[in-house]
Ligand binder design. Sequence first.
Ligand code: PEP
Length: 258
Amino acid sequence: MKKKWLIGNWKMHGNLASNKALIESLRAELPQPDERATMVVCPAFPYLFQLAELTKDYGVGIGVQNVSDHLQGAYTGETSPLMVKELGGSYAIIGHSERRQYQGENDGLMGRKALAAIDAGLIPVICVGETAEERDSGRTHEVLGRQLDAAFGYIRTAHDKIILAYEPRWAIGTGIAATPEIVQTEHEFLRQRIAIRDKEFAAKLPIIYGGSVKVSNANAIFSMPDVDGGLIGSAALNAREFVTIYRAMLATMPAAVA
Ligand code: PEP
């Protein structure tokens, strides 16, 4: 059986006190995550070390929401994936649509960032997804294919060193999630596209969904055969909701890991 993933993107929220309270609430709701499904939280950069300390004896992974595409050098304001690793991070979200939208990030940069993250020993969570306009004009697969080829064109790594996230832009932060059928269709498309290069890698690669996942739709989305977990934004800021979504995901899985 494949493991699943639940990754919380805290975006630019939080402070020392609220981060501590959120982790305390998470622990109260869920004393330890289940071995079948990895839980990860991604705070804003300045709190990385705080989160690593707070979760030392708690089986939750820590990630960041962005990294530089360089490991070191004269890149003012950037954060190296090596620094993330040293401060206790294990994951890096790459190419999130909010970075594409507000910071002008493009497909090529996403590929280079993913590669730098892998070089530093982080697991990149590579985000792809179409806008509403691209979907409405029937270009979803063209866009997803282009984004995927840009990222995976650079990367040669093992299936357990990388995560792909399908995040349709129109579903992020809007409260309107993709239907389970749309999620399955697009995950299947992504897996098949990767299988053209490497069938075994494609079959094992975790492909997770993000975009307005909440308690009410989690079970239906996570029940889809090509969905290996979720990337959660706003619902990750509420411990009870995040843990309820996590449990909804566990409920779609067999009792034990093979
Ligand atoms: C996200 O930011 O990656 C995300 C999926 O946000 P939300 O769950 O709030 O739509």
